[in-house]
Design a protein around this ligand. Structure first.
Ligand code: C5J
Length: 220
């Protein structure tokens, strides 16, 4: 079994049972004018990881391993958006409102697209999710089960919200989860640092973390 030098200890995976999950690398969070910036965040740290996420994607593509992309997005009629989620934040613009990149966090709007450098290729899966976790109200669990996947590598944004929520959901479902440390980012550096620490604390209570280049090398 290939082994990756990781924290809190080495991560080994059966070839053929590992998949990459790239969380929410969509314009809404990464580009100026999207939901992230409307909420008052500086999106530049998120934009800065795009080349690293691309290296990870290219590593999985070269190894011909399954790739899943997620987008946080709602139906245009918002029937899948709890009123509590829509009301939260009290910002100038909320979910479903018209922003500079179309209706915010709505599936099919320009802002909901994956950033151009990270678009899904034919054969890769895109899951549109109404929640922070990618297992909630989606076909992700069924898809992984039918493909016999047991190990998941994670990347994307934001580390402490959708990435961490999905990793915790996956961990509870029995998946062995590894987070690519430099292919994930937060609007809040201290939240990213805390999330990495809590994932690998107590002997990897949620999973492992490792740098992207270490992961890609192990896939070769
Ligand atoms: C947030 C996400 N932060 N993808 N979504 O609302 O982390």
């Amino acid at each position: 079994m290939p082994v990756i030098t990781a924290q809190p200890y080495e991560y080994s995976f059966p070839t053929g049972k590992i998949a990459l999950v790239v969380i929410d690398m969509q314009r809404d969070f990464v580009e100026e004018g999207g939901f992230g910036s409307v909420l008052g965040n500086d999106v530049r740290p998120l934009a800065a990881i795009v080349p690293t996420v691309r290296r990870l994607l290219d590593g999985f593509r070269a190894a011909k391993l399954p790739i899943i992309h997620t987008r946080e997005g709602h139906r245009p009629d918002l029937t899948d958006c709890p009123p509590s989620k829509r009301a939260r934040g009290k910002g100038a613009l909320g979910i479903g409102d018209k922003g500079p990149m179309g209706r915010i966090l709505i599936d099919g709007e320009p802002g909901n697209d994956l950033v151009p450098a990270l678009v899904a290729l034919p054969g890769e899966t895109v899951i549109v999710k109404p929640g922070k976790g990618a297992f909630y109200a989606t076909r992700l669990g069924h898809l992984l089960e039918t493909q016999g996947i047991s190990h998941l590598v994670f990347a994307g944004v934001t580390t402490e919200v959708c990435v961490q929520t999905t990793m915790r959901e996956a961990n509870d479902r029995g998946y062995e989860c590894l987070l690519a440390e430099d292919a994930t980012e937060s609007y809040f550096p201290e939240f990213k640092a805390a999330t990495l620490a809590m994932i690998r604390a107590q002997g990897g209570i949620v999973g492992w973390t490792a740098p992207t280049d270490t992961i890609v090398k192990a896939l070769r």
